[in-house]
Design a protein around this ligand. Structure first.
Ligand code: SAH
Length: 400
C-alpha cells in the first residue's frame, strides 16, 4: 500500500478537461492542495465530489499547476512507470516504416508520448534530453535509466536550457548524464545526406528533426530549379535540394555560426555539387526586400522561420511577420513556382496560418493553391487529446 498522497482538489466542473484526457491542469482549476508537495512531486488529482481521477506532477509556480502522468489514479509513478512509458514510445518509432534506418529521430515527444515536459532526440549513439517541466526534472534519473535500457545508446546529454523552465521555477541544466563527450563531432545520415549535430551549442537539442520528411519533399521537387532557402540554420533543406539536383541553392540565415555549420555540412557531402550553393548571412526580411528591388526570382522558396509566436499572446505580431515573409515569398516566386512555407508557433493554428498565407497571396496578386499540407513526421506524434502537440504546420503551395 502506498502512503497517503497529497491531493490536488479541483474546483467544481474543472474535471471536464481530464475526462477528455487533456494532461494540463491550470491554476484556475485548482481549489486547493490538501497536504504538502514540493516542486515536481506526484499528487493525486481529485474532483469536487472526491473522485480520484489522475496522478500528476505538481508545479506550484507555473500557470500549468500540474501535468498528468497517468489517468489511472492507482498507477504508481516510479522508475518502472518511466520504463513502461519510454519503452512504449521507442517501440512506436521502431514500428513505423517511415522511420526505418533513420539515425536522427525524436524518441520522446512530451505530452504526446505520455511524458509531459520530456523531449529526447536521438542522433546515432547519442541522445539529447530536454526536460522542461517540474515533474520531468524530478524524474531525470528514471528517464535516463529508461532511455538507456530501451535504446542502449552510449551517451545522453542534457540540454535543459529552454526559457520555458523559468516558468516552472527551474534553473537551466546542461551536461553529460550518461557516457562522456564523444571524441569526434556528432553527425547523422538523413536520407543520404550527412549532417553535423551540435547537441551542446546548437539550437534546441541541436537539430530540427521535425522537418525531415519536408526536406525530402524539397529534394523531390528541386531538380533543375533555382532554390531559395530562408532561415536555413545548418542547411538541411539546402543540402537535400542539392541532392535533388537543384540548379542553384541560395540559403539565408542571420546566424554566422549556423552558416559555418551549414558550410561544414556541405563539405561532409562530397557527392553534392558545392558550386551550386551560396550562403548569405542576412536578415531574411531585409534580404527578400533587396532581392525584390533587384528583380530576382526563384522556382522554389522555403520559408522556415523561428517561432514568431511562442504562445497565443504573441499571435497578432507573429501573424504580421508571417504575412510579411510570405508576401515577399510570393513576389519572388517564378510563375508555376513552389512555396514551402512553415510555422512552428504553437500560438498560430493551421487554419489561421493558411489564412495568413492566403492574405499574402492576395496582396502579391498571385493565384495559388495548396498541393500538400505538411507537418512533422511520425516521430513527433500528436496525442488526440493534446492538440497543442501539433506545433509545426506547413503548406506546399504552387503559384500561377
Ligand atoms: N530550416 C532549418 C531550421 C530553421 S530554424 C532546418 O531545417 O534545420 C530558424 C533559423 O532562423 C535559425 O537558424 C535562426 O538563426 C534563423 N533566423 C531567425 N531570425 C532570422 C532573421 N530575421 N533572418 C534570418 N535568419 C533568422
Amino acid at each position: 500500500m502506498s502512503a497517503i498522497m497529497t491531493q490536488l482538489l479541483l474546483k467544481p466542473g474543472k474535471e471536464r478537461s481530464l475526462f477528455r484526457r487533456h494532461p494540463w491542469i491550470f491554476e484556475g482549476a485548482v481549489e486547493r492542495l490538501d497536504g504538502r508537495a514540493r516542486l515536481g512531486d506526484t499528487v493525486d488529482v481529485v474532483d469536487a465530489s472526491g473522485r480520484r481521477l489522475a496522478r500528476a506532477a505538481w508545479s506550484p509556480q507555473s500557470k500549468i499547476r500540474a501535468r498528468v502522468w497517468s489517468f489511472n489514479p492507482d498507477e504508481t509513478i516510479d522508475d518502472a512507470f518511466f520504463k513502461r512509458r519510454v519503452s512504449a514510445a521507442v517501440g512506436r518509432r521502431l514500428a513505423m516504416p517511415q522511420l526505418a534506418g533513420q539515425e536522427g529521430m525524436r524518441l520522446l515527444h512530451g505530452e504526446s508520448d505520455g511524458l509531459p515536459g520530456v523531449i529526447a532526440d536521438r542522433y546515432g549513439d547519442t541522445i539529447c534530453l530536454q526536460l522542461t517541466a517540474a515533474g520531468a526534472d524530478k524524474w531525470r534519473k528514471a528517464i535516463v535509466g529508461a532511455l538507456v535500457a530501451a535504446t542502449g545508446v552510449a551517451r545522453i546529454y542534457e540540454r535543459s536550457d529552454s526559457d520555458v523552465r523559468k516558468l516552472e521555477g527551474l534553473e537551466p541544466v546542461t551536461g553529460w548524464l550518461h557516457g562522456d563527450a564523444p571524441a569526434e563531432a556528432l553527425s547523422i545520415d538523413e536520407n543520404g545526406v550527412r549532417l553535423g549535430v551540435d547537441v551542446v551549442a546548437g539550437h534546441k537539442t541541436g537539430f530540427y528533426l521535425d522537418q525531415r520528411a519536408n526536406r525530402l519533399l524539397t529534394r523531390a521537387l528541386a531538380s533543375g530549379k533555382s532554390v531559395l532557402n530562408c532561415f536555413c540554420y545548418t542547411g538541411g533543406f539546402s543540402l537535400q535540394a542539392l541532392a535533388g539536383g537543384a540548379a542553384s541553392v541560395l540559403s539565408i540565415d542571420s546566424s554566422g555560426p549556423a552558416l559555418a555549420s551549414a558550410r561544414n555540412n556541405l563539405a561532409l557531402n562530397p557527392q553534392l555539387d558545392a558550386s551550386r550553393a551560396e550562403w548569405l548571412e542576412a536578415d531574411v526580411f531585409e534580404a527578400l526586400r533587396t532581392f525584390r528591388k533587384e528583380n530576382r526570382s526563384f522556382d522554389l522558396i522555403v520559408l522556415d522561420p523561428p517561432k514568431f509566436a511562442p504562445s497565443a499572446a504573441h499571435a497578432e505580431r507573429a501573424a504580421r511577420a508571417y504575412k510579411d515573409i510570405n508576401l515577399m515569398g510570393f513576389r519572388l516566386l517564378n510563375p508555376g513556382g513552389y512555396l514551402m512555407t512553415y510555422s512552428c508557433s504553437g500560438g498560430i493554428g493551421p487554419e489561421l496560418f493558411q489564412k495568413i498565407v492566403a492574405g499574402a497571396a492576395v496582396d502579391a496578386h498571385r493565384d495559388a493553391r495548396v498541393l500538400e499540407r505538411l507537418s512533422a513526421g511520425p516521430d513527433h506524434p500528436v496525442a488526440l487529446h493534446f492538440p497543442e502537440g501539433e506545433y509545426l504546420k506547413g503548406l506546399l503551395i504552387q503559384a500561377d
